[in-house]
Design a protein around this ligand. Structure first.
Ligand SMILES: [Fe+2]
Ligand SMILES: [Fe+2]
Length: 313
């Protein structure tokens, strides 16, 4: 088949909402966009283990420790499914890790903020995993098969994450005034960065149109941000916390909540490496990678030995 016929077949498959699989022909731009998006997503899962992982040793009870342990471990699993999905496109796992620790590939800006109290664990579950769910549920229908299938499993676990966060906050809100204050303080700090998780406004997001045409993305950044706000406001009311946005109000005409503009300059700053914890997160990831070198060497030696044994038998 000629390149043109291959492209027509690809576009027909995508147009009919059928999936592109690893063995199928795909335009190089589609492959490159997916590798970049899946790698950034994988990096976010792995770096995202750090802000909450810091609280495992300081969890207030065995029950909270077990829940937090399981959650952080889930995030490692999400990273692994996603790196595997990127490998089906021909990406090399070592190369992706190298790009992350050298700062050439990004991860979600949200994980560059510090966790100052145990209430942050609850607020991350509620708002950060909640925003991740809004972003990720439509990705279960993304056009690339291995990515979509990884997202189905990830989304199930993310909804557990969100619930454990909300349940933790509910418990704290039923506690002492000091505990309620901790929750409100955490909400004040995480609200705006959570809105930034959906990326820049549509007018400032040049790749969105192409990703939508390829059905990698199914909704724009602004659509997903609105969906998140609409979902979260009633939850905040039920919880008894105030979202730190004086512009937040129901708009009956639109059938949505109106809300204020996040500080896009801050988002740019944090993405470009100048957030409160960027250097710390990368340094920790680099150290973990270096300390794990012997494990990778041992695994490779074992695999080689088994392969040699297999041939001899
Ligand atoms: Fe995750
Ligand atoms: Fe999560």
């Amino acid at each position: 088949m000629t390149e043109r016929e291959l492209l027509e077949r690809f576009e027909e498959t995508v147009g009919k909402d059928r999936r592109i699989e690893p063995r199928d022909w795909m335009p190089e731009g589609y492959r490159a966009t997916l590798i970049r998006q899946i790698a950034q997503h994988a990096h976010s899962e792995i770096i995202g283990m750090q802000p909450e992982g810091e609280w495992i040793t300081r969890a207030p009870s065995l029950r909270r420790k077990a829940i937090l342990f399981a959650k952080v471990q889930d995030e490692a699993g999400h990273g692994l499914y996603l790196y595997s999905a990127a490998e089906t496109l021909g990406a090399d796992r070592d190369d992706l890790t190298e790009r992350l620790i050298s700062g050439r590939q990004k991860y979600s800006s949200i994980f560059n903020y510090p966790t100052l109290s145990f209430a942050d664990v609850g607020v991350i579950g509620w708002l950060v995993d909640g925003a991740a769910i809004c972003n990720q549920v439509p990705l279960c229908r993304t056009s690339y098969g291995p990515y979509g299938r990884a997202m189905v499993r990830i989304c199930k676990e993310e909804s557990f994450h969100q619930r454990q966060g909300y349940e933790l906050l509910m418990t704290m809100m039923g506690g002492t005034p000091a505990q309620r204050e901790m929750v409100q303080d955490a909400v004040n700090r995480w609200w705006w960065p959570s809105l930034m998780m959906f990326g820049p406004p549509d007018a400032d997001s040049p790749n969105t149109a192409r990703s939508m045409a390829w059905k990698i993305k199914r909704h724009t950044n602004d659509e997903l941000r609105q969906r998140f706000v609409d979902m979260t406001v009633p939850q905040a009311e039920r919880l008894g916390v105030t979202l730190p946005d004086p512009g937040l109000r129901w708009n009956a005409g639109r059938g949505h909540y109106d809300f204020g503009e996040p500080d896009w300059a801050e988002l740019k700053r944090v993405i470009s490496g100048d957030g409160p914890c960027n250097a710390e997160r990368i340094a920790r990831r680099r150290a973990a990678h270096e300390e794990g070198a012997w494990v990778r060497e041992a695994a490779a030696a074992y695999a080689a030995k088994r392969a040699a044994g297999g041939r001899a038998a």
